[in-house]
Design a protein around this ligand. Structure first.
Ligand code: F6P
Length: 329
């Protein structure tokens, strides 16, 4: 690709919650830069690294042996200082000091919010790559890490089902998704959950209790309810379980919170390929003089969406809710 604008040096960072495949995305950005004779700096600990000037120049060899690794070799952080204009000014000054003229940020909504402000206040070119297991970013069918996390969740719940069936128990399994139900909805369908509770849909306790009543009558022996962390039906999954136990004393209930095992592990093939494609596209977007955009994938084609749009729109698939309702009978 012809570099016909001013990008000579770029920086890359990961921010927010880590996600499997972030390393594959870093590798892709670094190697695509090298391919286009662009210098590349790794920035450590997300926006912290920009403010504290912890960056180092990297080359194609620096990112060997990382495509298969979970987490992020650049480390990540949620940086409070970057939320202030003063913090962002310090970050900008450090970028300029190193002659960095474009930034690629890999992360989720918080990461993109910071990037948008940096670009707005300092007219600094930024491109986002969606890296979060939550898949709660508009403008892309998939975020990096989501597929791996889903497979981890399905594997874990399949194991829980063994106990559920053997003991005839009802399990409430909490999966990640602070504000979103993508993991819950998709894993719930994949494990054959009887109900899936997500923040985007106000299901109501009554429907849940009715389903459980019906299942008791029809003799269902295993019952898994998948609950997104951000669901608001109960105060939390434990309170919810207590409430249901009181209302449906026929059920023996257990709660399982899957927690951070969902964020770790070697990325799936899908996530590695996705991250590799997005890294190439992000560098090419900067080369073409684009900014304030996120690289996503829609219908298997790379697609650029404004960062603001990426974080403000919801994309829960209503049809999946319908499918789950039909199949849970
Ligand atoms: O990565 C996104 C996410 O997994 C959310 O679903 C979850 O609420 C959050 O991160 C927890 O992250 P942390 O423990 O790093 O605060």
């Amino acid at each position: 690709m012809k570099n016909n604008n001013t990008i000579r040096t770029l920086g890359v960072l990961t921010s927010g919650g880590d996600a499997p495949g972030m390393n594959a995305a870093i590798r892709s950005v670094v190697r695509t830069s090298a391919y286009n004779n662009i210098k590349c700096f790794s920035i450590y600990k997300g926006y912290d690294g920009l403010i504290n000037d912890t960056m180092s120049e990297v080359n194609a060899r620096s990112v060997k042996d990382i495509i298969n690794k979970g987490g992020t070799i650049l480390q990540s952080a949620r940086c409070d200082e970057f939320r202030s204009a003063k913090g962002r000014e310090e970050a900008y000054n450090n970028l300029k000091k190193r002659n960095i003229d474009g930034l690629i940020v890999i992360g989720g909504d918080g990461t993109f919010t910071g990037a948008t402000l940096l670009e707005k206040e300092h007219n600094f070119p930024v491109i986002g790559i969606p890296g979060t297991i939550d898949n709660d970013i508009f403008g892309t069918d998939y975020t990096i890490g989501y597929d791996t996390a889903l497979n981890t969740v399905v594997d874990a719940i399949d194991k829980i089902r063994d106990t559920s069936t053997s003991h005839n128990r009802l399990f409430f399994v909490e999966v990640m998704g602070r504000n979103s139900g993508h993991i819950a909805l998709n894993s719930g369908i994949a494990v054959g959950a009887v109900e899936i509770l997500i923040p985007e849909e106000k299901l109501g306790l009554d429907k849940l209790l009715k389903t459980l009543e019906r299942n008791k009558k029809t003799g269902k022996s295993s019952n898994i309810v998948v609950v997104a962390e951000g669901d608001t039906i109960g105060k939390n999954v434990f309170e919810l379980a207590k409430y249901v136990e009181k209302k449906s004393p026929n059920y023996e209930i257990r709660v399982s919170v899957l927690g951070h095992i969902q964020r770790g592990g070697s990325p799936s093939c899908f996530d590695r390929v996705l991250a590799s494609r997005m890294g190439v596209s992000a560098v090419e977007a900067l080369i073409e003089g684009k900014s304030n955009l996120m690289t996503g994938i829609l219908n298997n084609k790379i697609h650029l969406t404004s960062l603001t749009e990426a974080i403000t729109q919801n994309k829960i698939n209503e049809n999946l809710i319908r499918v789950s309702n039909i199949l849970a009978t």
